[in-house]
Design a protein around this ligand. Structure first.
Ligand code: SF4
Length: 319
């Protein structure tokens, strides 16, 4: 089956993000991260002060984006950074990444998103947020915007299980994620979702079952990553007190797990990533001695070949 073109229109064994963009834009697209100075209701006292137990946003933000610089300046510095690394990158998406990027009145969102879209080189927006930080007014505005440019809203679902969401102090439910995703898709806006594997209290079978659960949602893109315990988080403390509650993955275990997961996943979903990486100095565990994303991808595709497996192989649309 290795030379087949799969239902997503290319030879790779999963519906890869890079191929999707080549199809959509005719060339490689790079994302430029932005910290637009948002916070989130789980940190500003609206729902709580402490945030999700795993959260330390600096672990995932590149150095060029800090909230004290205007959005357009962050974008220009980000483009410069990427052009040095990837000479073939000409088009960019502005990635509103830090904290909850719809957590402000619609006028402020308009100013920030439109500043990004009018910066040279930018062809669209990626807006990361919580499912409880969206409402119909914001969605109607973003729906209009998405008629002019590529726009995707990425929701942090993190888990499909409310008992887990409670344990990680997420302060929203899975039902809220479903509602936000449905309302977004209904308005013709692209929707992405993010999940973490290895959260406390979840078995591997429960994590695998999430493939079937999210496959029913009207998603365009999905992103996964293995849980890493970040130094200084509430989760590090919980881990040190009760490591038995965590099912952290070794690299080999995660490789097999992610293949079993994507076998059950809706083949229409574009997979943007299936691992995440914090800076090695920030990780309390587990460390994979750190494989680069491109190495991880090669190992993943090699394993899919060996197993003659592919995304959606065991997907059951009627389940
Ligand atoms: S992970 Fe997101 S929602 Fe949770 S505390 Fe951090 S910024 Fe807020």
């Amino acid at each position: 089956m290795s030379k087949n073109v799969y239902s997503w229109g290319h030879e790779r064994r999963f519906n890869a993000y890079s191929n999707y963009f080549k199809k959509e834009f005719g060339e490689r697209i790079q994302k430029v991260s932005i910290d637009a100075g948002f916070t989130c209701p789980n940190r500003d006292g609206t729902l709580g002060w402490g945030g999700c137990t795993f959260c330390i946003n600096e672990a995932f933000s590149p150095s060029y984006c800090t909230a004290d610089k205007p959005v357009s300046q962050q974008i220009m510095e980000g483009i410069d950074f990427h052009r040095k690394r990837y000479r073939r990158a000409h088009k960019f998406l502005a990635y509103f990444q830090a904290y909850s990027n719809t957590y402000a009145p619609v006028d402020r969102l308009k100013a920030l998103y439109e500043e990004a879209l009018t910066t040279p080189g930018i062809v669209g927006l990626v807006i990361g947020t919580r499912p409880d930080c969206i409402d119909l007014e914001k969605l109607n505005y973003i729906s209009e915007l998405s008629k002019e440019a590529y726009v995707i809203i990425e929701y942090g679902i993190e888990s499909c299980y409310n008992h887990t969401l409670e344990k990680i102090n997420r302060k929203h439910t899975y039902e809220q994620s479903v509602k936000a995703i449905n309302e977004t898709a209904k308005r013709g806006i692209r929707v992405g979702a993010h999940l973490i594997f290895g959260l406390p209290g979840e078995t591997r079978e429960q994590m695998l079952d999430e493939a079937a659960i999210i496959s029913k949602l009207p998603l365009n893109n999905v992103k996964f990553h293995q849980l890493q315990i970040i130094k200084g988080t509430a989760m590090e403390k919980q881990y040190l007190e009760n490591s038995g509650d965590f099912q952290l993955f070794t690299w080999d275990e995660y490789l097999d797990f992610s293949i079993r997961f994507i076998e059950r996943l809706n083949p229409e979903f574009v997979i943007e990533r299936f691992t995440g990486e914090a800076h090695p100095d920030m990780i309390a565990g587990p460390r994979w001695f750190m494989k680069r994303t491109d190495q991880i991808l090669l190992l993943f595709e090699k394993r899919l070949d060996e197993l003659n497996s592919w995304q959606g192989k065991n997907y059951n649309p009627t389940a």
